[in-house]
Design a binder for this molecule. Structure first.
Ligand SMILES: NC(=O)c1ccc[n+]([C@@H]2O[C@H](COP(=O)([O-])OP(=O)(O)OC[C@H]3O[C@@H](n4cnc5c(N)ncnc54)[C@H](OP(=O)(O)O)[C@@H]3O)[C@@H](O)[C@H]2O)c1
Length: 303
């Protein structure tokens, strides 16, 4: 695998950073395009030039503002549908493999069972529609591809749920967190590692990749706070208590059967969370004294 020339698109993003970290540690032949300014995936000419000569193109770019997509569907469709389509066409011309990330949000989440790869999609929001359109565009182009559906990404850096709870629980006595949405939290570095394992096993087509186990956002928040040793109280609430612009699937659990057959079982989300929390807590200790902690006050929060 070290001889493959790999391009990572969207390397300034949460997952992109971990992909670069993972590949760099293993001395892979890697080139990264950080974000829109270094390579705008919606510009087909720029994409066609940028990926010439690569064997594998890993696309971790995306329009990821789920609520924002409801009022700016054009941007969401441009980045999440036209972007992958441009990349797929360029990969076809170069005989390169396109690795692309999709989401549990392509399903409506109404079923109780975990979503299998071939289950009928039915997004309940614009973001999900745009990601589904991206998947379809890649398949229609006919390039070699590996579409990886994942969910609930977190890392010790970037904007994500773990960092939000970590921060808010230090300044609030109480947090209200939704308990009627269930999914599989996924540590970005684990996803990066599993992506490379799938590549090494010559996987093609569509796969589900997350950490193991599942939980609600409420349970996720409770685990974060318990690992912090914080006494902030987490209260469960319903999605309908805090209406948001975009609807969310109730059940976002992805079935991992096909992936496990190829590359084995992932570790559970709560084990992965421990590593992330260690990093966050160490970083926060190092920064102690730099920041002023706001006095605690009671407030409801839909994280
Ligand atoms: N976060 C999750 O929970 C989650 C769950 C399931 C699937 N996914 C999918 O996983 C992938 C990575 O997610 P993430 O959370 O790491 O995303 P992220 O942190 O929001 O990063 C997105 C990246 O895309 C780049 N980007 C945006 N528009 C672009 C454009 N027109 N051309 C080139 N690059 C562009 C951004 O750079 P600039 O802003 O500098 O342009 C950034 O580097 C996405 O495809 C996302 O849909 C994420």
């Amino acid at each position: 695998m070290s001889q493959l020339r790999i391009a990572v698109i969207g390397s300034s993003g949460m997952l992109g950073q971990e992909l670069v970290r993972f590949c760099t540690k293993r001395d892979m032949d890697l080139h990264s395009y950080r974000g829109c300014e270094s390579l705008d995936v919606t510009n087909s000419d720029a994409v066609s030039k940028a990926i010439r000569g690569f064997d594998v193109v890993i696309n971790s770019s995306g329009y990821t503002d789920v609520d924002g997509a409801e009022s700016d569907s054009e941007s969401a469709m441009n980045v999440n549908q036209r972007g992958p389509k441009n990349l797929a066409k360029a990969c076809l011309e170069n005989n390169a493999l396109l690795v692309h990330y999709s989401t549990d949000y392509i399903f409506n989440g109404a079923s109780i069972a975990a979503h299998r790869i071939d289950d009928e999609p039915g997004p309940c929001n614009i973001y999900g529609l745009s990601k589904l359109a991206g998947e379809k565009a890649i398949r229609e182009t006919g390039c070699k591809h590996l579409i990886i559906r994942t969910s609930w990404l977190f890392a010790a850096h970037s904007k994500n749920f773990v960092r939000t709870i970590f921060r808010e629980s230090q300044i609030r006595d109480t947090l209200k967190v939704v308990s009627d949405q269930v999914g599989r939290p996924t540590l970005c570095c684990d996803l990066a590692e599993q992506t490379l394992s799938l590549l090494a096993s010559s996987a093609h087509g569509t796969f589900h990749v997350t950490n193991g186990g599942s939980c609600s956002w409420y349970e996720f928040a409770k685990e974060i706070i318990s690992l912090m040793g914080n006494n902030c109280i987490v209260q469960p609430c319903k999605t309908s208590d805090f209406p948001r612009p975009a609807a969310r699937p109730g059940n976002g659990v992805l079935d991992l059967g096909e992936t496990i057959k190829l590359i084995g079982k992932p570790r559970d989300w709560n084990i992965a969370l421990r590593d992330c929390m260690k990093e966050l807590i160490n970083e926060s200790k190092m920064n102690e004294g730099d920041s002023t902690i706001t006095p605690k006050h009671s407030i409801s929060k839909n994280a």
